[in-house]
Each structure stands twice: as structure tokens, then as C-alpha cells.
Design a protein around this ligand. Structure first.
Ligand code: NDP
Ligand code: GDP
Length: 340
């Protein structure tokens, strides 16, 4: 039985990747950071019905000794480094933490592998945010990077360190430069989920509006379930490499609002307000990827259309809010009370 170790297993991608790997017969292990809210921390794994099938190990990306201990114990065949402070907006408020977790955290895992399990294959969750102020209209693996946030700068450090460990020590390390990908398990603070959550509350009569920042920004949005498949495909290659993963379709926040409100028969113009406090100090205006290399070398193509994903997300939020009106219990959507 092949063994996989996932950092960030409690996040959106960690949950989808766990389910994907379990379906393929892997023993799935995850690094779990200690939390006082341990009862809700496995919410996404629970939602996908896999919480009882994964093995969770206490540890933190900022703590080299815990990475070393967990790698030594498990001796994984594949390691997926998905753990990060992943919210761009928060990275200006916590730049050092973002650098430590999102940047240096990756190097802690690489070091643990170099010392304890150098034959393991390693995946780094790189990001289209590294393209930032885009240098080419359509971004590929050859497009120069221009990070626009502490998050993107931290990701770029981890990206180059992953390549450096490949070139310096011969480790099998690959980077997936993934464009935005969403799902019903997306964090509530990200714009897609913030919108679908608001649509559900407005439809059910518990909210009247939603405040957004720059609604003209455009993103190349895919579905997390499709994107975790690409991660796995990268580690099945004989040679490690770096790949862009994207749908090739770029859509504005306004258009996304149109789809999400339209799904429940509402006109978004009546409910979306803009708030200058939600604008970012430096914006990534547009992202648009070309996943030609992943298509040719891995045989990867996305299966889920944006319209179908929007419908799935709105339906899931309607379900959550209907359940909440009958049972009083906290869910991940309640975290949306924080101002983003
Ligand atoms: P999430 O924010 O949903 O998940 C992040 C995970 O990292 C959580 O499990 C979180 O744990 C964990 N984590 C945070 N800090 C630490 C720490 N100090 N030690 C150990 N674990 C920690 O992200 P996604 O699932 O959406 O994304 C997965 C990865 O892919 C991230 O690295 C992200 O930056 C990157 N990425 C994501 C894209 C997207 O569109 N989703 C696009 C490109 C890259 P906890 O549950 O305790 O908070
Ligand atoms: P990101 O691409 O990783 O930063 O993902 P987000 O979902 O956080 O943001 C995507 C885009 O939506 C960015 O250009 C944001 O500026 C824009 N946006 C507009 N309004 C909001 C908002 O209220 N919240 C968030 N998170 N993003 C917003």
C-alpha cells in the first residue's frame, strides 16, 4: 500500500486530495496543527466522508522537528505540501507569519525529506498569484513572475526552493502552478464562497446585501476536485517538473455574481455593494492560464464547468443555512462574520 503525507489536510485541497488518494488505495496521513477548535477543524474531511479513513499527526509547518518526526515515522512515498497561510488579503496584515508558514514551511518539509526520506516524491502547491502583475496576457510555465503580495512573494520563495532541492540534491520535487480553484469547501473569506454564501442567505431572507471590493478583477477559476487530480498526476511522472494548471477561461467577479445570483433567480445588481475598505494595497487584476503542458505531458484536462461549480456551491450553501435554521451549531460558514 502506497503512503501519502499531506500538509494542509484540513484545507479545501487537502480534503479533496485525501478522498482522491483513498479511492486509489493509498494510506493517507496528514499533518494537523494543534487548535483549540479541534471539534470543527476536520469539517471538510467530514463533509467528504473521509475523516475516519485518514491518520492525523500532530505537527506544525513552522516546526522543523515535527516535520522530521512525522516523515521519519511514516516514510511516505509521496508528500503533498498544501499547508499555507493561503489568504492573500491577510498576508498584508501578517506578512511575517505568511513568510514563515507559506515560504519557510515548505523548506522545513523539504529538509525533513532530505534528511529522513530522500526517495519520497514531493509536490509543492505553487500559485498563479506568483504571476501577479502579469507579464504576458496568457500565463504559462515560461511567463516571468511578478508577485504583488506578501503571500505571492512567500510562494515564490517556496517555488524556487523546491526547484533548488531538485537540482541540488536530486530529490523528486514538482511544483503545480495552480490557478484559483474553488468548491463548496472553499474558505468563506475567498470571493467565490463569500458570494455563494451571501446568495444563500439573501435567498433565505437572513441577509440583504453583500459587500465586495474590486469586482472588475478577473480569475481563471477551476474546481478543486479536478485540480487535486493534476497534483497526483505530476508525482506519477518519472521526472519531476513544474506545470501550470488552469481552465483557460478568465471570468470577472461581476460575471461570477451574475451566475450565482442568477442561479436562484435574483439580479445581483440589487444586492452587491462595493466597499473601498475591501480593496487591496496592490491588486492582481487578471489571471488567465494556459495548461497546455499539463494537457500534453500529464493528459490532464478539467472536467467540471464553471457554471456547474457555481450551482454546486450555491446549493451547498443553501443546504448549510437551511440546516442551521433548525439546528443551532457552528459551521465553517460562521467564520464569515470576520470583516474581509
Ligand atoms: P486552505 O487555506 O483551505 O488550507 C490551508 C491548510 O494549511 C489548512 O489545512 C491549514 O490548517 C494548514 N495550515 C496553515 N498554517 C499551518 C501551519 N503553520 N502548520 C500546518 N498547517 C498549516 O488552502 P487550499 O486548500 O485552498 O489550498 C491548498 C494550497 O494550495 C495552499 O498552499 C494554497 O496557498 C495553494 N493554492 C491554492 C489555490 C486555490 O485557489 N485554492 C491556488 C493556488 C495555490 P487549519 O485547518 O488548521 O487552518
Ligand atoms: P486570490 O486570487 O487568491 O486573492 O482569491 P480571492 O478569492 O481572495 O480574490 C480574488 C479576487 O477577488 C481578487 O482580485 C480580489 O481583490 C477580488 N475581490 C473583490 N471583492 C472581494 C472580497 O470581498 N473578498 C475577496 N476575498 N476578494 C475580493
Amino acid at each position: 500500500m502506497r503512503k501519502a503525507l499531506i500538509t494542509g489536510i484540513t484545507g479545501q485541497d487537502g480534503a479533496y486530495l485525501s478522498r482522491f488518494l483513498l479511492q486509489r488505495g493509498y494510506a493517507v496521513h496528514g499533518l494537523l496543527r494543534r487548535s483549540a477548535s479541534a471539534d470543527v477543524i476536520g469539517e471538510r474531511l467530514r463533509w467528504l466522508g473521509v475523516i475516519d479513513d485518514v491518520v492525523l499527526h500532530d505537527g506544525n509547518l513552522t516546526d522543523l522537528s515535527s516535520a522530521v518526526r512525522v516523515v521519519r515515522e511514516i516514510q511516505p512515498d509521496e508528500v503533498y505540501n498544501l499547508g499555507a497561510q493561503s489568504f492573500v488579503h491577510a498576508s498584508w496584515q501578517q506578512p511575517l507569519l505568511t513568510g514563515t508558514v507559506t515560504g519557510m514551511g515548505a523548506v522545513n518539509v523539504l529538509e525533513a525529506l532530505r534528511l529522513e526520506c530522500p526517495t519520497a516524491r514531493f509536490y509543492q502547491a505553487s500559485s498563479s498569484e506568483m504571476f501577479g502583475k502579469i507579464q504576458q496576457e496568457i500565463q504559462t510555465e515560461r511567463t516571468p513572475f511578478y508577485p504583488r503580495s506578501p503571500y505571492a512573494a512567500a510562494k515564490l520563495y517556496a517555488h524556487w526552493m523546491t526547484i533548488n532541492y531538485r537540482e541540488s540534491f536530486g530529490l523528486h520535487t514538482s511544483c503545480g502552478i495552480l490557478f484559483n480553484h474553488e468548491s463548496p469547501l472553499r474558505g468563506i473569506e475567498f470571493v467565490t464562497r463569500k458570494i455563494t454564501d451571501a446568495v444563500a442567505r439573501i435567498k433565505l431572507g437572513t441577509a440583504r446585501e453583500v459587500k465586495l471590493g474590486n469586482i472588475h478583477a478577473k480569475r481563471d477559476w477551476g474546481h478543486a476536485a479536478d485540480y487535486v487530480r493534476a497534483m497526483w498526476m505530476m508525482l506519477q511522472q518519472d521526472k519531476p517538473d513544474d506545470y501550470v494548471v488552469a481552465t483557460g477561461r478568465s471570468t470577472s467577479i461581476e460575471e461570477f455574481c451574475g451566475m450565482a445570483f442568477g442561479y436562484v433567480g435574483l439580479d445581483w445588481h440589487e444586492f452587491v455593494k462595493t466597499d473601498s475598505h475591501l480593496l487591496r494595497p496592490a491588486e492582481v487584476e487578471v489571471l488567465h492560464g494556459d495548461a497546455g503542458k499539463a494537457r500534453e505531458k500529464l493528459g490532464w484536462t478539467p472536467a467540471i464547468k464553471l457554471e456547474d461549480m457555481v450551482a454546486e456551491m450555491v446549493e451547498a450553501d443553501l443546504q448549510r443555512h437551511r440546516a442551521r435554521s433548525t439546528v443551532v451549531m457552528p459551521g465553517i460558514a460562521d467564520l464569515g462574520k470576520v470583516a474581509h
